[in-house]
Design a protein around this ligand. Structure first.
Ligand code: SAM
Length: 220
């Protein structure tokens, strides 16, 4: 994989655009400037990697728009040493951004082909602190809990209780919450065991958070 001057230049322009759109967290902007997004695209589509748009990654899924990645990551207030659960690995890009910021990342994907691809690919771009899991994000990863932060990168109709339970007190969960058509970006802060408060941060549109792994047909 080559990170050419052209790609570096396009990335710099994208970071300027994110700043212009209101992203202020320098930790986020630095991580997005240092990690080449085109590495997460097939080589024939490299020219699309620095548009501020989502892009298909196969299996009907997308790598999120850079602005959305930056916005969710900023809301998560990522600190070095955070232990973060991501729901929806997809391409692995968001997980690598979190790892680039010094977090230890546990990421779950429900589509096996995407899980296998990300698990094999992520270490090749130097993201050694990302662990990939094949599973249903609604259930989280109880064996690895608690997490200081949880990031859901698909549209959830409700906040899964299992995930709130797996969050530390004082921890933050970010989720696009709502119907299939439109969601409200919601930041949840766990205030004590069994209690949390929420804040709304505008409208977004994500692919849906679906129940069960893809091969669990009818196995409820
Ligand atoms: N974070 C990804 C990236 O950086 O490329 C983009 C995520 S994409 C917008 C949403 C992902 O969530 C899809 O790959 C989808 O298969 C996955 N997903 C949907 N429901 C899920 C669930 N219940 N558990 C785990 N992953 C799920």
């Amino acid at each position: 994989m080559i990170d050419s001057f052209k790609h570096k230049g396009l990335r710099k322009q994208l970071i300027d655009l994110l700043r212009h759109k209101g992203i202020r967290d320098e930790r986020v902007l630095q991580a997005m400037e240092s990690l080449p997004r085109h590495y997460f695209f097939d080589s024939s589509f490299h020219s699309f990697a620095y548009d501020d748009k989502p892009f298909p990654i196969g299996a009907g899924q997308t790598i999120s728009q850079p602005y959305t990645v930056a916005f969710q990551t900023e809301l998560l207030d990522v600190n070095k040493g955070d232990k973060i659960l991501e729901i929806g690995t997809g391409s692995g890009y968001q997980a690598c951004i979190l790892a680039q910021m010094g977090a230890r990342v546990y990421s779950i994907e429900r589509i096996k082909s995407l899980y296998l691809k990300a698990k094999a690919f992520v270490p090749t771009v130097g993201c050694t602190h990302v662990k990939c899991f094949y599973g249903d994000g609604y259930k989280g990863l109880p064996a690895y809990a608690p997490f200081s932060k949880i990031l859901i990168t698909a549209a959830a109709p409700y906040i899964p209780d299992a995930l709130i339970q797996q969050l530390t007190v004082g921890g933050i969960l970010v989720v696009p919450l709502g119907s299939a058509d439109v969601q409200v970006m919601t930041r949840v802060t766990k205030t004590q065991e069994g209690a949390y408060r929420t804040e709304d941060h505008g409208y977004f549109r994500f692919v849906p958070l679906l129940e069960n792994k893809e091969d669990d047909h009818g196995n409820h």
